[in-house]
Design a protein around this ligand. Structure first.
Ligand code: FUL
Length: 487
């Protein structure tokens, strides 16, 4: 069993070598006042995810759904003055969304229950600006309910996006009053729809001159979520899951889940982020140089949100601009393959259906990922091993075979530690270097040119403490053009 301990005491135990037991810090760690730089790095190696963060990380690929008033006004950001009568999907079918996404391999479906325009997709008691005032299902409909029911039916996890910025709510700008309304909305969504796995708290806020200014009570929002859905992760402005810092689909080449960064939810946090010069988009969120300047560290893993189309909501003029299979696969390698979770957005149209072209692309993508990574070509890839810096392990392939991708996983339940690794393949009597990488974390994919071999070697070049390698795989990813033509 893992034990959670206090930094000072842990430090004494670890450095004195008087305990063979393993001690870890869950989610956060404050450095003791007197500590050397080396000791800080050592402690950083013992920070681990909470069980909900770990469950979330294992989903690997999740889906975002942007659907709401903007779908009908053909906008990305509504102003809040839209007539609820405009919301009227003609063939709404949540099962079509869920079946498509589930079959393509997505784990959690996150629905925009309310976007910045304030229109609520469920019949809330907090406002009349909702589906209850629309002609859809004669004002008796509930999008959240239908999507959640479909998720339950197809065994998909469910999450909600609830925009704090609300351009319709009259109380917005009267901070305590609006915060109370937002809490009521959260409470409705988190009490009436069963299990919720993720709550996506958007940081976007209007900056136009006449925009009302609202101070959000993040602490209170967190409390409601933690109380009502203890298994849900709080994302972006939440402190369980971090925004990766761009909307292009790429995590960093070096992506640490251990970082001093926290969302800017109060003055102290804003000041500390400023002192360290970090934000979600900063290039470096976890180097040794940064850690030695930090006072506290957090397990705060990255989520990569990106849309299948240029916009988040459906726009008919973007029908020809769906991302290609090649682009999606590249995104997969640079998100899931770089220690992050992919959150791919899809956009139902005014019928309330995912367009056929989008469904086809998702099918292609899902099939490509499943068929490429289904069969590990290594013997004993799943045998875990532990090593100090410089250690290596060799793996036989099931047969001499062509590969172009290596997958590595650290046992993050024992922390994220590896700083660099190298992969070689046996060629004749010698070894040929296939490539090098930096962080591993939950998962790292390393791509290289096709090579035929019967043995590979993984070397851990640098690590913050003993590295715990959980899983190694070798795969052959076919060219995407060939694949789309054949399937
Ligand atoms: C942003 C929003 O402003 C966009 O409209 C979209 O919802 C995106 C996922 O987050 O902050």
């Amino acid at each position: 069993m893992r034990r959670i301990f206090f930094p000072g005491l842990l430090l004494i135990l670890m450095l004195s070598g008087c305990s063979k037991k393993k001690y870890f810090f869950e989610k956060e760690l404050a450095f003791p006042k007197i500590i050397t730089n080396d000791q800080k790095i050592k402690l950083a190696a013992y920070l681990v995810p909470t069980s909900r963060q770990y469950e979330w990380q294992k989903t690997e690929m999740n889906a975002f759904i942007h659907f709401g008033m903007n779908t009908f006004t053909n906008r990305e950001w509504g102003n809040g003055f839209e007539d609820p009568a405009l919301f009227n999907p003609t063939a709404f079918d949540a099962e079509q969304w869920v079946k498509t996404l589930k079959n393509a391999g997505f784990g959690i479906l996150i629905l925009t229950a309310k976007h910045h325009d304030g229109f609520c997709l469920w019949p809330t008691e907090t406002t009349t600006h909702s589906v209850a005032s629309s002609p859809w299902r004669n004002g008796e409909g509930d999008v959240v309910r239908e999507v959640k029911d479909a998720c339950d039916k197809y065994k998909m996890k469910f999450g909600i996006y609830l925009s704090p910025w609300d351009r319709n709510a009259k109380s917005y700008g009267d901070s305590p009053q609006y915060n109370a309304l937002f809490i009521k909305q959260l409470t409705e969504l988190l009490s009436n729809y069963g299990e919720i796995d993720e709550v996506w708290l958007d940081g976007a806020k209007g900056e136009e001159p006449l925009e009302r200014v609202q101070e959000y009570d993040w602490e209170a929002f967190y409390k409601v979520i933690d109380q009502l859905q203890p298994r849900a992760v709080k994302a972006v402005m939440g402190n369980d899951v971090r925004w990766v810092g761009n909307e292009k689909g790429f995590a960093r080449e070096t992506e640490w889940s251990v970082t001093p960064l926290q969302p800017n939810i109060d003055v102290a946090t804003i000041k500390e982020n400023e002192r360290l010069g970090i934000s979600p988009a900063a290039e470096d969120l976890g180097s040794r140089e940064l850690i030695v300047r930090a006072k506290k560290l957090y397990w705060y893993p990255a989520e990569v949100n990106v849309s299948l189309r240029p916009g988040w909501f459906y726009h008919p003029e973007e029908d020809q601009q769906i991302k290609t299979l090649n682009r999606l696969v590249d995104i997969y390698y640079k998100s899931v393959g770089r220690n992050a979770v992919l959150l791919l957005n899809v956009s139902p149209d005014t019928r309330g259906l995912l367009p056929e072209t989008d469904v086809k692309r998702l099918e292609q993508f899902g099939n490509y990922i499943a068929s490429t990574f289904d069969e590990n070509k290594l013997v004993d890839g799943k045998v875990a091993w532990t090593t100090k810096q410089g250690g290596f392990r060799e793996y036989d392939l099931l047969e001499n075979d062509t590969i172009n991708t290596i997958m590595l996983q650290e046992d993050i339940k024992q922390g994220q530690r590896v700083e660099s690794f190298r992969v070689d393949a046996q060629m004749g009597n010698g070894w040929k270097k296939l490539g090098e990488g930096t962080t591993i974390g939950y998962k790292r994919l390393l791509k290289f040119n096709d090579v035929a071999t019967s043995k590979i070697r993984i070397t851990i070049l640098e690590t913050r403490d003993e590295a715990n390698i959980l899983n190694v795989g070798a795969f052959y990813a076919p060219p995407t053009e060939e694949y789309s033509a054949n399937k």
